[in-house]
Write a protein that binds this ligand. Structure first.
Ligand SMILES: Cc1ncc(COP(=O)(O)O)c(C=O)c1O
Length: 391
């Protein structure tokens, strides 16, 4: 009896230890981090390229590696020029400031888009731009009739702000990485042009959209006036983004980057990482999308009443999982913890890291540091947790 008690105590301590430190009986738990595609760490090739980068003072336009990146990206995006900036938030802010020169200009955008929700209202607090958010439709699109109604309702009246810009996001992250259809982009652009309004694309994940649609990014960009593109998401660089557009737009963007404190000096060490990310982007993003698909299908096959996925909405590297019967935070806690039972039943200790997305959902994002094998391990862990929690 005493031996039984002692064994139970040891087990309890092991479980607590495992939960706290992510290892079981001295064996480190395998971590599958699906919280975001921003969590990637630069691999050996990227670090080598950074170490060996030829650099100069980019604030004098003298960094050859930054120039190489800007030129390659301009060609890829089919724009006249691009400008390297530290973050996609700065790229979006600069773009809005370039397009909306008059204080109180109106910006139309989706109420759930990154620019509106997660960039601290920079366009209001720094640029004096008035955002008018519209409901995002499930596909990440905006209703065209509503767009036109807002653009036209104050035309010619001094009581209304003047609409200067529409911002779209592609892929649209809060709807689960949905890809904006090309025909929709064409229609938004035609509408915007007929009222002298410009279209900016938050293309933090534009290359995911391009891979999913099997079209070059330039094909998507035909329907936009400017773009931001991020290197520190699926492309795996530690930092960096860019703004793309016509030559005069980029000249103004250069001035604004300086004003916002984004002018960098030997930035070639960062541009070198971005170049490595760009070089294998298509292959890596395709693999991310395939892994996300595999996970979504596997989760659906588990047929749990607790979790479900709408497979039709999984278009790129993001999977939105609907959660029933318990708060998503609790599900995330179970997926992160490791226990003796898990090791006994699955032969592994795996911690799956995730963020709750809404009060009824969890969002999982694939990236270059999550392999096909990691995806299988994550699925196995979900299976284990759902069996434990299940009816
Ligand atoms: C769609 C989108 N736009 C912009 C950003 C901002 O990027 P950064 O973190 O580089 O400022 C993010 C970041 O997650 C994003 O998902």
């Amino acid at each position: 009896m005493l031996r039984g008690l002692a064994w139970a105590t040891v087990q309890r301590h092991r479980a607590l230890w495992a939960r706290a430190f992510g290892s079981w009986a001295g064996v480190p738990a395998h971590v599958v981090d699906l919280r975001s595609d921003t969590v990637t760490k630069p691999g050996p090739a990227m670090r080598r390229a950074m170490a060996e980068a030829v650099v100069g003072d980019d604030d004098y336009g003298e960094d050859p590696t930054v120039r190489e990146l800007q030129e390659k990206a301009a060609e890829l995006l089919g724009v006249e020029q691009t400008l390297f900036v530290p973050t996609n938030t700065m790229a979006n802010l600069i773009s809005v400031m370039c397009h909306c020169r008059r204080r109180g200009s109106q910006l139309l955008l989706g109420q759930e888009c990154h620019l509106h929700v997660y960039e601290q209202g920079g366009v209001a607090q720094i640029a004096g731009v008035h955002s008018h958010p519209l409901p995002d439709l499930p596909h990440g699109t905006l209703d065209l009739a509503e767009l036109e109604r807002i653009i036209t309702r104050g035309l010619g009246s001094p009581h209304y702000p003047v609409c200067e810009l529409i911002c779209l996001e592609n892929t649209h992250s809060s709807s689960g990485g949905r890809v904006l259809p090309i025909d929709y982009l064409r229609q938004v652009r035609l509408l915007a042009q007929s009222y002298g309004v410009r279209v900016h694309l938050d293309g933090a994940r534009l290359l995911n959209a391009s891979v999913a649609l099997h079209v070059p990014p330039a094909h998507i960009m035909e329907h936009c006036d400017s773009v931001s593109l991020c290197f520190s998401k699926g492309l795996g660089a530690p930092v960096g983004a860019l703004v793309g557009g016509p030559k005069d737009f980029i000249e103004e963007a250069w001035r604004l980057r300086k004003a916002l404190g984004g002018g960098m000096r030997q930035a070639g060490v960062l541009a070198a990482a971005a170049l490595v990310g760009l070089a294998d982007a298509e292959e890596v993003l395709l693999r991310d999308h395939q892994n996300a698909q595999r996970f979504a299908k596997g989760l659906q096959e588990l047929a749990s009443p607790i979790c479900s996925v709408d497979l039709a909405t999984v278009e790129t590297n993001i999977v939105m999982v609907r959660v029933n019967g318990l708060p998503p935070e609790e599900l995330c806690r179970h997926l992160e913890a490791v226990s003796a039972d898990e090791v006994a039943q699955t032969g592994r200790a795996v911690r799956v890291l995730l963020f709750p997305w809404t009060e009824r959902s969890v969002r999982a994002m694939w990236h270059r540091d999550v392999s096909a094998q990691d995806t299988e391990l994550a699925l196995r862990k979900w299976g284990f947790v759902l069996r434990q929690l299940g009816p």
